[in-house]
Design a protein around this ligand. Structure first.
Ligand SMILES: Nc1ncnc2c1ncn2[C@@H]1O[C@H](COP(=O)(O)OP(=O)(O)OP(=O)(O)O)[C@@H](O)[C@H]1O
Ligand SMILES: [Mg+2]
Length: 225
């Protein structure tokens, strides 16, 4: 069973009388253990695709997550899927500013698999942030905040990690360090990753590149590792 199987996916946004066709018959599947970069010009539908896969948007066509059509998930099943099976990492980290690094991860754990204090410290150690557990995000650099956000995404042991330009707000050096971390998660921890990438250089950390143009996959490129 493939973690993701998308067939002839269409997505149109309606705003009043304005309709914008964004995804126009997009198909691809993802195997367990792949690290796929999603590239394409601004407006080609990369973020929209992640939002559909996360169950945040309705759509036409077929999207199967873990062998089950997403349209058939109830709201409760979707909430459970988001808390247990998938992890999100965003460009702007999306940490809660008045909670410490530890508490940000604890909150995700309470909403998910109810992990122990040791588990939380272990994911912080995995991203090299155990010494900063009790810091609030405002006292951490962008790269450090992104590490905490990755630890938060790992705490519930997701089956897939979705990341939307996770290095887009970081300087070059911190960006590469975060890419190294994703590569380790893929190779050593066997995490399946689908990452929107703006930058050609970051795609070489993955195993495959999906090129989007105008709402369709125009090229599916497997990389030699
Ligand atoms: N909630 C929304 N309502 C209406 N239109 C939207 C909405 N979200 C996105 N769009 C439109 O859909 C198109 C694709 O947007 P999307 O954010 O998926 O592109 P993207 O490939 O992620 O671009 P970028 O590289 O700039 O992040 C754009 O034309 C955008 O204006
Ligand atoms: Mg985007």
């Amino acid at each position: 069973m493939k973690p993701i199987q998308v067939n002839d996916l269409h997505k149109t946004y309606l705003q009043g009388r304005l309709s914008t066709k964004v995804l126009k018959g997009l198909s691809f599947s993802l195997d367990e253990g792949e690290f796929v970069s999603l590239v394409g010009p601004s407006g080609s539908g990369k973020t929209t695709l992640l939002h559909v896969l996360g169950g945040f948007e309705d759509y036409d066509g077929s999207v199967e997550l873990f062998g089950k059509e997403l349209k058939t998930y109830t709201e409760t099943e979707k909430a459970r899927m988001r808390a247990h099976d998938i992890g999100f990492v965003f460009q702007f980290y999306n940490l809660i500013p008045n909670l410490t690094a530890y508490e940000n991860i604890l909150l995700a754990s309470v909403l998910g698999k109810h992990k122990t204090k040791d588990d939380i410290m272990a994911v912080l150690a995995m991203v090299g942030m155990e010494a900063f557990a009790h810091y609030h995000p405002g006292r951490l650099s962008g790269g450090m905040q992104q590490r905490v956000a990755i630890a938060r995404c790992l705490i519930n042991e997701p089956r897939i990690i979705f990341a939307d330009e996770p290095t887009g707000n970081l300087d070059y050096k911190n960006g590469l360090a975060i890419m190294d971390l994703f590569k380790t998660l893929n190779i050593e921890h066997k995490k399946t990753i689908l990452m929107v990438s703006h930058n050609e250089e970051t795609t070489r950390y993955g195993t495959r590149v999906l090129h989007l143009l105008d709402g369709k996959v125009i090229k599916d490129e497997r990389l030699a590792i």
